[in-house]
Design a protein around this ligand. Structure first.
Ligand SMILES: [Zn+2]
Length: 143
C-alpha cells in the first residue's frame, strides 16, 4: 500500500536529518496518475524533483498510483530516497550546469543517484519508519 501524504511528509523530515538536508525546505506534491501526467506530460513518470538551490527549496512529486501507470516495480521508499539524493547532489548540478554537455552529465548522474538510493535503502530499510507507517491518520487512503 502506498503511504499517505502525511506519512511520507513525516518520513521526508526524518530522511532530511539522516542526509543532512535540514536546511532545505522540501515540499511533497502527492499526485494521482492523471495529475502526474498533466504535470510532466509523460505517462511513465512516477516521481520527479524540482529544486531551487539559491533558496534551498525543493518539491518532490510522487504519484501514489505509480503501480497502475508504470512497469517500474512500485517501491515508494526507493523512489523517495532516489529523489532525496537528487537534492543532496544538487550542488554538483549547480557547479557543472554550464560546463558540460547535458547528456554527458545527466546519464552518469542518474546512475549515481540510482546506486546511492539502492545502497541507502539496503542499509536503512523501510522498516525504520514502521512507527510512522503504522500510525493510522484520518486521511483518505489510496487503494
Ligand atoms: Zn533520478
Amino acid at each position: 500500500m502506498f503511504p499517505s501524504k502525511t506519512q511520507i511528509e513525516a518520513i521526508i523530515v526524518e530522511l532530511q536529518k539522516i542526509m543532512r538536508l535540514q536546511d532545505w525546505d522540501i515540499k511533497l506534491s502527492y499526485l494521482s496518475a492523471v495529475e502526474m501526467y498533466r504535470d510532466t506530460g509523460d505517462i511513465s513518470t512516477i516521481a520527479d524533483c524540482l529544486r531551487s538551490r539559491p533558496h534551498h527549496l525543493a518539491t518532490i512529486k510522487m504519484c501514489y498510483e505509480a503501480d497502475k501507470t508504470s512497469n517500474v516495480v512500485g517501491n515508494w521508499y526507493l523512489t523517495l530516497v532516489h529523489e532525496m539524493f537528487h537534492i543532496l547532489i544538487d550542488e554538483f548540478d549547480y557547479a557543472t550546469e554550464f560546463k558540460v554537455d547535458h547528456d554527458d552529465y545527466s546519464l552518469p548522474k542518474e546512475r549515481l543517484v540510482c546506486n546511492l538510493a539502492r545502497m541507502f535503502v539496503k542499509l536503512y530499510p523501510e522498516k525504520n519508519f514502521d512507527s510512522i507507517l503504522n500510525n493510522q491518520d484520518n486521511e483518505c487512503k489510496t487503494e
